[in-house]
Structure formats: structure tokens, C-alpha cells
Design a protein around this ligand. Structure first.
Ligand code: ZN
Length: 512
């Protein structure tokens, strides 16, 4: 009743013409440049990115192999959800992505020593992994890792035999590792990264580390791309701290997560040492190499802001981040203090894709603007600080980042915010895709419904709970699950406590 009454009120007060609403929708749609979403409304076409062709239906621009009824297409899909955690090291137990991770150990720290040159498409690396066995006993230890020639594998300083197949690097310790025992791995490898599309990102040719025109390097790993550039336990359920030691030709800059600790120059090369002393999911680890100007400031409340900006992008970038410090503090007030040692963006020669890489957002050169920068900032809380327990719950990352961006944009105009949400709701109703928000087909993980449908659900939840319970619930959610992961059920339980009643039917209606 409350929702309907509200709708009527808005319609009576501000009857929008189709053109007006279409313009609002276009405005809203432009926020989500992330994966190139095409939005059709009122018989018109709004094209928020340069990537898709105008008037191309979503289903044509994004490969949808699950919808093609051919045996070949079916065979290329990931294995069906089975997913009990396998302690022998072949899954971390995410029913949506059972091919990823290992439930038998917990990585505490990665040190990535990488030698990179944009002119040579090659990674020469040693990765050290410290962890603890969580299974009763671990006879083999598997990591997610695709491609490369492995030169050496050490376990606690001693060579250890291994096999490398089916995207897993499996180590065979001489004796099974007992529960709670710490271990240290060192894996040295080299080669050209494998290029293969992810089943979850059908419209990108590949994920992982990409070399651009012999001039720069960037990383795009969500959700399963980090295994294409370093061996790891590739799922947000296993977060760790990171150190990066990146050697590049002299004159280039290497950027990663956290703080730049040291830069060591010799005649021909520079080594950049970065440390991130907060827990981070593997898909958020980043390395970007190029020619950058470093900008630094602090937010009014003292959060360090540092950015790496390509030559030529400076003016546009300055405009995009004019209010960034205020936005960081505003989100800190709403959700809890900004959780990390610094925040900023690195611009990159990638088209139409940006990513919320923790503390150092990958910002596409053709997406520099306030909408993208604020969307990615919101992910520092929604996705980075509290990560997904299962990839199928992507609405909680993208729905909230979308919603928070709309809140920021309309922070001084509540009436316009309601109109904006009304426009998004109509767009979802008219153009939304027909699958449950809480369980999208893999190829639709990053789709219209995930972003806009997710935002509408967040708004409905806020109205259902009332502002006081909604925002106090969110603060509790971050205080409880920050630095870790949460499931939809855990999120719901926190919100139920905040509002003092069951939300089971409400969540089921929206997610299932
Ligand atoms: Zn996003």
C-alpha cells in the first residue's frame, strides 16, 4: 500500500512525458558504463556506452550461450552446481562457481614479484603465498592458475612435485599437511597470458592481465580472472593481504593496491613496491603499468586520496573528482569509516570497463566522469570491504553501487531522487530480463537486471524498513562482516534484526 500510494503521489505531482522519462532513464543509464548496458525505453534507444552498436538488443551484443540450445554451447558452460566444499582442493564450495578455489586452507598473504614490459607480452614472476591449513588434513594443495610455464615450486623452502592441468596447479607435499599448520609456497613462472573468455563475462574476449599497444598494461579480473595472471585461491571467501614488487622499464610507473612503499631505480629499470595491509579478494588485486602523473590530496575528514592519471586525461579527471573527498566522507557517515589506508583511481587504456579494484580503482580512459568514479567508490564498501559469499549474489554488489551513486547524485534533492528511482523502476519493468535477481544465468551475471533491478530492490527494501532501520542495519552489516564475506541470508538476518521482524517473504519475492 505504501509503495502504491507513493507511486500515485509522484505521478500526480510530476506527470512525466515519455520523452522526459526517457531522458531521465538515459541519464540513469549513463551511470552504468561498467559492462556496456543498452537500455531501451518508450520505443527509443538510449546508448550509454560507445561499445554497443545503437539499436542492438542486449541479447545480440552479449553472447548468451546458455540460451542457445546446441550441445556444443552447453558443453562450454561451467560444470553444473554441485558444490560441497572439497577438502582435497578442487573447490571452495560456491555452488555458482564450483570450479573456483579450495576450501582446505586459508591464504593469509601474497607477495607478487613481477617483471613486466608492455613491449613484451610476457609475465616473469615469483609468487609467495603464506597460508594455514583449515581442513583436518591436506594431502594435496591446489591453486587456481591458468597457463604459463612453471619453473619452480617450493613448499616451506623445499622443492615440491606438482601437476598443472584443468586450470588447477596441484602440489603434492611429501607428507599430508595437518590442520592449523602454517605453510609457505613459492611459485616461479613465466609466459604469455592465456586469452580465453570467462563464462561469466561473455562479452569480453578475456580476463586477467592485458598488454596494450606495447605501451601499457592493466588487469581486469572480476570474477575469475586473477588465476590468469597469478596462482591463488581464486574466490572472495579467501581474502589475504598483499605485497607487490613490480619491475618495469625505467620511465614507466607501476601501480597496485594500497600504499607505494618504495621506488628503486637502476639504469634501465624501476621497481615499485606496494603494500596493502587489509584483507582483499583476489579479483580485486591489480597492477597497472604506464606513463602517469601522480595526484595526491586528502578528504575533509583526512582520508588519503592518490591517483595515477594518463597524460591528456588530467582536465577531465579533475572535473570528475572535484567532490570526491566529500563523497568519501559522506559514504563514511552512511556506512562506517572508509576502511582502507588510501583511495584513488588509475586511468587505463581500456574501453568501456572500469573495476572497483580495492583502494586503486581501474578507470577506463573513456569512462572518466563523476558517475563511474562514485559508483566505484561505493564498491569499496559494497563488494570490497564486505565481499560476496557466492558470485550469484552479484545484485548486492552492483545494485547497491548503482543505488548509492543515485543517492549521491540527488543528495540535495530527495524529490528528484524518488523520480529517478521511479524511472529506473519503470525501465526495469519494461526492459528487465526474465531471470531471478538472486540467481542469474552465468552469462548474465553483469547485466541490466543485476545493476538496475538490484537498485530497485534496494530502494524497495529501504521503503519497507524505513530509513532509520535501513541505515542502522547497513552500519551493522559492515561492522559485522567487514573484511570478510556475507551471503544474502546473512545480509537479510542483519536487516531483520534492525527492523525487528521477518523479511523472508520480501526477500524471496525479489530474489527468487
Ligand atoms: Zn559496479
Amino acid at each position: 500500500m505504501k509503495k502504491q500510494a507513493f507511486k500515485d503521489k509522484v505521478k500526480k505531482k510530476n506527470p512525466q512525458t515519455c520523452g522526459e522519462r526517457s531522458r531521465t532513464i538515459t541519464k540513469m543509464a549513463q551511470i552504468f558504463l561498467i559492462w556496456g548496458i543498452l537500455l531501451v525505453g518508450c520505443g527509443q534507444t538510449a546508448v550509454p556506452t560507445a561499445t554497443p552498436l545503437p539499436n542492438t538488443p542486449v541479447s545480440q551484443m552479449e553472447p548468451t550461450p546458455t540460451l542457445i540450445a546446441s550441445p556444443t554451447a552447453v558443453a562450454t558452460q561451467p560444470p553444473p552446481p554441485t558444490a560441497t566444499p572439497q577438502l582435497d582442493g578442487l573447490s571452495i564450495g560456491d555452488p555458482y562457481a564450483p570450479e573456483l578455489g579450495n576450501a582446505g586452507y586459508d591464504v593469509t598473504h601474497y607477495t607478487l614479484s613481477l617483471s613486466l614490459d608492455p613491449a613484451v607480452e610476457n609475465i616473469d614472476a615469483t609468487v609467495e603465498i603464506r597460508g594455514v591449513v583449515t581442513a583436518p588434513e591436506l594431502a594435496t594443495l591446489s591453486l587456481d592458475f591458468v597457463g604459463f610455464t612453471i619453473a619452480e615450486t617450493l613448499l616451506d623452502g623445499q622443492p615440491v612435485t606438482f601437476t598443472h592441468k584443468d586450470d588447477k596447479l596441484i602440489l603434492f607435499p611429501a607428507q599430508p599437511l595437518p590442520q592449523n599448520s602454517p605453510f609457505a609456497l613459492s611459485i616461479s613462472y613465466a609466459g604469455n597470458p592465456v586469452e580465453r573468455p570467462s563464462p561469466y563475462v561473455g562479452f569480453a574476449a578475456s580476463l586477467g592481465m592485458r598488454f596494450v599497444n606495447g605501451q601499457s598494461i592493466y588487469v581486469l579480473s572480476e570474477p575469475d580472472g586473477s588465476r590468469f595472471w597469478f596462482p591463488n585461491n581464486d574466490h572472495p571467501r579467501d581474502k589475504a593481504t598483499y605485497r607487490f614488487e613490480i619491475t618495469v622499464p625505467r620511465g614507466l610507473t607501476a601501480v597496485a593496491n594500497g600504499r607505494l612503499i618504495e621506488q628503486i631505480n637502476d639504469e634501465t629499470s624501476s621497481t615499485f613496491i606496494w603494500e596493502h595491509n587489509h584483507l582483499m579478494a583476489s579479483y580485486l588485486a591489480t597492477v597497472v603499468v604506464g606513463d602517469f602523473e601522480r595526484l595526491e590530496s586528502v578528504s575533509p575528514d583526512g582520508v588519503l586520496l592518490r591517483h595515477y592519471v594518463n597524460d591528456g586525461a588530467r582536465e577531465e579527471f579533475d572535473r570528475a573528482i572535484a567532490d570526491l573527498g566529500e563523497a568519501v566522507d559522506w559514504m563514511s557517515d552512511l556506512f562506517g569509516p572508509y576502511p582502507y589506508e588510501a583511495f584513488g583511481y588509475v586511468t587505463a587504456d581500456v574501453s568501456g570497463v572500469s573495476l572497483e579494484t580495492q583502494t586503486m580503482v581501474l578507470l577506463a580512459n573513456n569512462m572518466i566522469g563523476q558517475r563511474t568514479t562514485i559508483h566505484e567508490l561505493a564498491h569499496m564498501w559494497f563488494g570490497d570491504w564486505v565481499s560476496l559469499d557466492s558470485w550469484q549474489q552479484m545484485w548486492r554488489n552492483e545494485g547497491f553501487a548503482t543505488y548509492v551513486q543515485l543517492m549521491w547524485e540527488n543528495r540535495d534533492d530527495p524529490e528528484n531522487f524518488e523520480l529517478a528511482m521511479e524511472a529506473v523502476r519503470s525501465a526495469v519493468e519494461e526492459n528487465g530480463e526474465d531471470f531471478p535477481l538472486g540467481n542469474p544465468p552465468p552469462a548474465k551475471l553483469f547485466s541490466f537486471n543485476t545493476y538496475f533491478g538490484g537498485a530497485v530492490f534496494v530502494h524497495e527494501l529501504r521503503q519497507e524498513m524505513g530509513d532509520e532501520a535501513f541505515f542502522s542495519g547497513l552500519k551493522t552489516y559492515f561492522a559485522t562482516y567487514g573484511d570478510g564475506t556475507a551471503s544474502d541470508d546473512e545480509f537479510r538476518a542483519v536487516m531483520e534484526t534492525a527492523v525487528g521482524r521477518s523479511l523472508a517473504d520480501f526477500f524471496a519475492e525479489w530474489l527468487e
